[in-house]
Design a protein around this ligand. Structure first.
Ligand code: SF4
Length: 171
């Protein structure tokens, strides 16, 4: 059975992978404190939501005193004055922003690469290769399978594709 500890282990692994990517790519990345172009209103799998909730309750209890917005905007509710108010608990998607992301196209026949338009503005086409990109599909598949197991007992009312808006932390 998948547990929140399994999620934590995967997240730690992803953090380690992104630290390596930062070491390799930082000179080509414009990411810095205060840039919040990536901070959109995300939905997450229940296993991720439950772990983040636990962490926010422990680390950022004041954040939970806010009321949920009547209508969620495009920007993440937890972004205040250009800073993440739940930084240590932020979802996996937020931890991979800015890095070169490698994933399979919808047809499943070609690898595609994406990164923030502010980054990698002066690299050659052959700069990227399999080993210096974030393997998005691999990690997402592992998270998907882990969540699928987790919801069987923790959220039997949910289906394997159901997501929870992060802003529901406030409810
Ligand atoms: S959780 Fe934090 S890092 Fe993620 S989108 Fe919201 S403000 Fe940005």
């Amino acid at each position: 059975m998948a547990t929140l500890d399994n999620y934590k282990a995967l997240r730690d692994e992803i953090d380690a992978a992104t630290i390596q990517l930062w070491d390799e790519h930082q000179s080509n990345m414009a990411c810095k404190k205060g840039c919040d172009k990536c901070c959109l209103n995300f939905d997450v799998f229940p296993i991720e939501f439950d772990y983040i909730k636990q962490q926010v309750e422990a680390l950022y209890p004041d954040v939970l005193n806010d009321s949920a917005p009547a209508e969620a905007g495009e920007q993440c509710f937890f972004l205040k004055e250009h800073q993440c108010t739940i930084y240590k608990a932020r979802p996996i998607i937020c931890r991979t922003h800015g890095y070169p992301l490698l994933y399979m196209n919808e047809a499943g026949d070609q690898w595609e690469l994406s990164h923030c338009e502010l980054n990698f503005t002066s690299v050659d086409e052959d700069y990227f290769h399999e080993d210096n990109c974030y393997a998005q599909d691999t990690y997402n598949s592992r998270l998907f399978m882990m969540n699928k197991e987790y919801i069987k007992t923790a959220h039997p009312d949910k289906g394997e594709f159901d997501l929870i808006p992060l802003v529901e932390l406030l409810k």
